[in-house]
Ligand binder design. Sequence first.
Ligand SMILES: *[C@@H]1O[C@H](CO)[C@@H](O)[C@H](O)[C@H]1NC(C)=O
Ligand SMILES: *[C@@H]1O[C@H](CO)[C@@H](O)[C@H](O)[C@H]1NC(C)=O
Length: 595
Amino acid sequence: MVFILSSLAEREDSTLLIKGVIRTALHNMDREAREHYSVVIQAKDMAGQVGGLSGSTTVNITLTDVNDNPPRFPQKHYQLYVPESAQVGSAVGKIKANDADTGSNADMTYSIINGDGVGIFSISTDKETREGILSLKKPLNYEKKKSYTLNIEGANTHLDFRFSHLGPFKDATMLKIIVGDVDEPPLFSMPSYVMEVYENAKIGTVVGTVLAQDPDSANSLVRYFIEYNAEDDRSFNIDANTGIIKTTKVLDREETPWYNITVAASEKDNPGLLSHVAVGIRVLDVNDNPPELAREYDIVVCENSKPGQVIHTISATDKDDFANGPRFNFFLDERLSINPNFTLKDNEDNTASILTRRRRFSRTIQDVYYLPIMISDGGIPSLSSSSTLTIRVCACERDGRVRTCHAEAFLSSAGLSTGALIAILLCVVILLAIVVLFITLRRSKKEPLIISEEDVRENVVTYDDEGGGEEDTEAFDITALRNPSAAEELKYRRDIIPEVNLTPRHQTLSTLESIDVQEFIKQRLAEADLDPSVPPYDSLQTYAYEGQRSEAGSISSLDSATTQSDQDYHYLGDWGPEFKKLAELYGEIESERTT
Ligand SMILES: *[C@@H]1O[C@H](CO)[C@@H](O)[C@H](O)[C@H]1NC(C)=O
Ligand SMILES: *[C@@H]1O[C@H](CO)[C@@H](O)[C@H](O)[C@H]1NC(C)=O
């Protein structure tokens, strides 16, 4: 008997409802024991008396889960084999605790609670499978430690306090990890090596030694070799048994100051297993390069130089390393007699100055001087070299600027190609030919002039005519002496009042139609300025403001001409009959136009 059914009568909206209530009959229902139940319920009317009708139905009952079961590891001891070659970070094994509950009630997390492998391994939980995944945190070494133990705990994550008396809801197990021995490649004593060897050392000089050992318990013998690339110049070899590296060539630091080689080691028993190490070989410097001038110097001495004047500063270089290069010493070759012209002063800063020893250098006497010098370096022992400086003599300005050097001019002409020289010569010849031809032609033309020497006569015409003085402007016609363009002005005599000549003005009458009178007056004024018939001297013409109601009735026709315009012709002034005539004419034209 798991469930009990009881009836409950209720009245609802004048209808009698009889409800059946299902109750559990047992105290500890266990989903883990049985999850599903089916109950058949029969309803009978007439209070279940004989003759009553009945109906039945099946009620399916499913028990829901509560977390009342702790996780359990199936075993108290586990064992796991992990090879020492296992990669750090990789998963090395799985472990799973069981939980009778379902859903989130079975969720759990795994942790390493103690053991000697705490720092070496780590455990994580796979949410899907509810497994603990064991990973490697640090590399294993069979030769150092062959086994580890771990205490692993699995604990439920969703706890129900009502069932805490059934707990603890966790379980632990012990995991023993066996480290597997793997045959490993030899191990070098250092992650990389740096060695040094002097340049110019004879072939077979020992550069250094590398050491590698089999890390396995077998401790088999190790063999060494150099892994050269195809382009390497194979300057070293290694003793396969001892790992001693020697030179196979004479090295030159100035050419290759550093070699990077790769040395490989393998075990005699298992040659396939290789390990590599980088070996850097520094080539040490030997003072094998004498110093030399830093560059080609173009040294110039001015003709007006004074004795003791610095004309140039030189410096030196050395291909050798710093210790075998500077500091440089400059000096003149002592075996030669003292040079009376130039001297050298070591500035003790790896430069030297060239000084004059006398005055008055002359290009014409000697345009180039040669000064042999010696340079020694700071190596032990020191090396020295000799060089010759070329000093050109040049003419200079007062401030020392070079004006001209004889040697320079010579050099520039020498620099021309023979082809260019021939071309220039040809041009010169052609020019000369043209000049000669020209001269001969001119001579032949001049000859007939010289022949008729008698034809040259003097023609003297004498005038004896007294002029009329300043008043007599007619005595000479000065117009001939005038600029023809200005001659126009002199059509009329200036001292005679000209007759009124209207002919040029008729031309402008036709245009009167379109222009206003103000414009017209301006034109007139301009014409009067240019008119040759008006007096040449300045004339004062007064134009007075006439006022609104002008008495000048004669030009009233102009008023009608400018239709409904307020314009007044205040400037009409005293233009005399000439203008009146014009105005009348204009008025006529206008009235004709408007009608
Ligand atoms: C050799 O190796 C060093 C350090 O690894 C590097 O600085 C140098 O450039 C290398 N030289 C050559 C010639 O490869
Ligand atoms: C010094 O200059 C003089 C005059 O130009 C010349 O004759 C002489 O050879 C020069 N001496 C040297 C060592 O160049």
